[in-house]
Design a protein around this ligand. Sequence first.
Ligand SMILES: Cc1cc2nc3c(=O)[nH]c(=O)nc-3n(C[C@H](O)[C@H](O)[C@H](O)COP(=O)(O)OP(=O)(O)OC[C@H]3O[C@@H](n4cnc5c(N)ncnc54)[C@H](O)[C@@H]3O)c2cc1C
Length: 498
Amino acid sequence: MPDATTADAHTDVLVAGAGPAGLMLACELALAGVSTTVLERNPSPPGFCRGFNLNARSLDLLDLRGLADRFLVEGPTLPATAFVGTAALDLAAMRRTRHPYVLGIAQTRVEELLTERARELGVRMLRGHRLTGFREDDEGITADVRAPDGPLRLRCRWLAGCDGGRSTVRKRAGIAFPGTPARRFTLLGDVVLADPAALPFGPTAGPDGGSVFVIPRPGYVRLVTAEPDPPEDRDAPVTPARFQKVLDRALGRRVEIAGFRWLTRFGDAARLAERLRAGRVLLAGDAAHVHPPAGAVGVNAAIDDAMNLGWKLALVARGRAPERLLESYHTERHAAGARLLRDTRAQALLAAEGERLAPLRDLLGELATAADTAGPLAETVTGVNTRYPAHDPHGHPWEGRMVPAGLPVTARNGGGVLLLDDATAPAAVREAAAPWADRVTVTAVRPGALPDTSAVLVRPDGHVGWVAPPGTAGGAARSALERWFGPPAEPGHHDVAD
Ligand SMILES: Cc1cc2nc3c(=O)[nH]c(=O)nc-3n(C[C@H](O)[C@H](O)[C@H](O)COP(=O)(O)OP(=O)(O)OC[C@H]3O[C@@H](n4cnc5c(N)ncnc54)[C@H](O)[C@@H]3O)c2cc1C
């Protein structure tokens, strides 16, 4: 559906914010046939770019929908990434991913590609529309929107706050955002140097302990440097004069800047929303967690949240699964958010603490490239080894983890997959899946491909929801299917997405 300038009065899900979280979530919902409207306060995409990468976890998730190739053609893949300030983390050592590298791609391009996909799927995009407030009742939510032509009211059943770190949705829902305030500030400048050779790629140290990190971009460079004395008003715009002054002081010399494209300030605040769901309101991406930019994972965490929430909210919105399925979104992604904060805070601390933590930096730098340790470390900080709570904590080691690469899991339609080893799986398990045929595809695997089991239920986000214990009967399969996909369909039942 094309961009709309006026909205229908009703949509199943209203998504506030067209960043990576909101766009990915909208794609997932629309794929499942849920009517979805995205509100974005900015009339057009930003003229600047924050992030420049997609990591292995994001690429694995996009792969499930057959989308990874659209992104992979856009930039180079690199087998290592910066870690704790200076060391390189060996990504090629990761074993649990199909994509053991980082893709260099501008966040703006990620957003363009997701917008394209959202349009293909029929998402209604309302740019220049700011959500200003909402009221919830038993049946749904009435949202107040400031539109280009004046105020607008939209009715929805669910509201997803994907509206960034200062989320209006989070604040209006009264969801607390505990954590630590920003104590250190950094200036970022996308600039054109008068002499491009004046600063090499990477860190350049000044004589008095200051330093500037330089990232070459096509036609300009990105300069990143600490701001030791931020102004009282941290939201005050960074002026060219201010940036030049901080830069000169860090370097102990003058480096001429011929042009300024984008200047900004960011801090190292780390906060995690107390709840990711309150009634009919859900939070994802920066609205749910803010963290120091160390490790460059914010876009990736936003996509991760959206992939976890999308299929669950779609099943609930379509009346296929009970609302309690949404509680697992909170349980799983709140814990993932806590790990995200721990990992990024650790890296920021190590990068900032000068000589005192140098031995720790050294040690971690060694572990980040050593053959035995680099893989597990990289899988941790990229989220590749994410394990959601298993139904049976003593069960199969796959439970809760991303299904291993190499198994025939294609979830392009956003549904689940029941992998069956036809040689050993009891017929009762295959038969048990029949009433979920609209939500779960049964796929045969070659004999022996599923170690220590004959059947594996893979959720639409690629995580293993159930592994058949030895001697499984149909009853266990039915309760696992119902846990993740809601009750079985009535015979002859069809809904709009069928
Ligand atoms: C300088 C910098 C560099 C970064 N580099 C990287 C990197 O290299 N890699 C990486 O992975 N991450 C990086 N990040 C983090 C990343 O940019 C964010 O984590 C990511 O954008 C979060 O996505 P999101 O969709 O949750 O929120 P956002 O991208 O912030 O999107 C929220 C959207 O909601 C809109 N909005 C807000 N309020 C309303 C409202 N009331 N109504 C309607 N719309 C609204 C906003 O206009 C915005 O478009 C960086 C961040 C910064 C600041």
